[in-house]
Write a protein that binds this ligand. Structure first.
Ligand SMILES: Nc1ncnc2c1ncn2[C@@H]1O[C@H](COP(=O)(O)OP(=O)(O)OP(=O)(O)O)[C@@H](O)[C@H]1O
Ligand SMILES: [Mg+2]
Length: 254
């Protein structure tokens, strides 16, 4: 579904990603792990048009998307969440989720002002879908709240509702459970399991190894901008380079 070819990104001459290549297969969960600063978010940003790669290519269903703008990539069917939340604070929770459906909602300003019956009908349908997405993440009763007043864990889940509401072909999740308490983590984990079971394709960045090991079909490990390993969770778990670079650090701090 997605193929990265020799992707590199430099910031002011410093390499954040060096020639990273891997594939994301349809219907699978691919986990991207690695220590802080390894380049994981940079990779997602290069895939979604937030950053331009310095070199290399990103192919989505065989077509190069590396030079497209973020909104064009979203229109291709790739949705994402952000590690540092990016909600519209003054919009309601429901309207934030509706922004995940803008590709389907598109109509001209004039048409929107005319409020034609079929547009009203479509708007109702989209609102219903947004409400269903919020319900899935246990936020249906907060649909009318301004996003700014939500607790951190709720904001994370609004991002997940927004990323999944449009039924995208590929969902990129940048640390979806970071900062959540145990109950919230379990609830989000359950939703991710359901997405997986429903056949969605996920690329998951996460430091929660328990979640990664349970969910992932394939794990790709980055360290200092380089891919140091990839394989099944069991393979990666016993890879000495990974233990040294990442899991070892965790065991040492455990
Ligand atoms: N916009 C930027 N300008 C300059 N340097 C950046 C920028 N974004 C990231 N970096 C640098 O690139 C490297 C990779 O950062 P990145 O955020 O991709 O890491 P990460 O693997 O997502 O880490 P974390 O687990 O902490 O989220 C880091 O050294 C970071 O300081
Ligand atoms: Mg990151």
């Amino acid at each position: 579904m997605l193929r990265l070819e020799q992707l590199s990104k430099n910031f002011g001459g410093l390499p954040a990603l060096s020639q990273v290549s891997f594939e994301v297969f349809p219907g699978q969960v691919t986990a991207l792990i690695g220590p802080n600063g390894a380049g994981k978010s940079t990779l997602i940003n290069c895939m979604t048009g937030v950053l331009q790669p310095s070199s290399g290519r990103v192919l989505f269903r065989g077509a190069a998307i590396s030079s497209l703008a973020a909104h064009q990539i979203a229109r291709c069917g790739i949705a994402r969440t952000f590690q540092n939340l990016k909600l519209f604070p003054r919009l309601s929770v429901l309207d934030n989720v509706l922004t995940g459906l803008t590709c389907e909602a598109g109509s001209s300003m004039v048409m929107a002002m005319l409020r034609l019956p079929y547009l009203r009908h479509r708007e109702r349908r989209l609102r219903l879908r947004a409400l269903e997405a919020l319900d899935r993440f246990g936020l249906g009763d907060k649909a009318d709240w301004p996003a700014a007043v939500l607790a951190y864990g709720d904001k994370k889940r609004v991002e997940l509702a927004r990323a999944t509401v449009g039924n995208p072909q590929l969902i990129l999740l940048d640390e979806p459970v970071a900062g959540l308490n145990a109950a919230e983590t379990a609830a989000v984990g359950e939703q991710l399991h359901l997405l997986r079971r429903a056949g969605h394709t996920l690329l998951l960045i996460e430091h929660d190894m328990d979640l990664v090991m349970k969910l992932a079909d394939q794990v790709v490990v980055l360290d200092s901008g380089q891919k140091i390993a990839s394989g099944t969770p069991a393979e990666v778990r016993r890879n000495p380079r990974v233990l040294e670079a990442y899991l070892g650090c965790m065991e040492a701090t455990a």
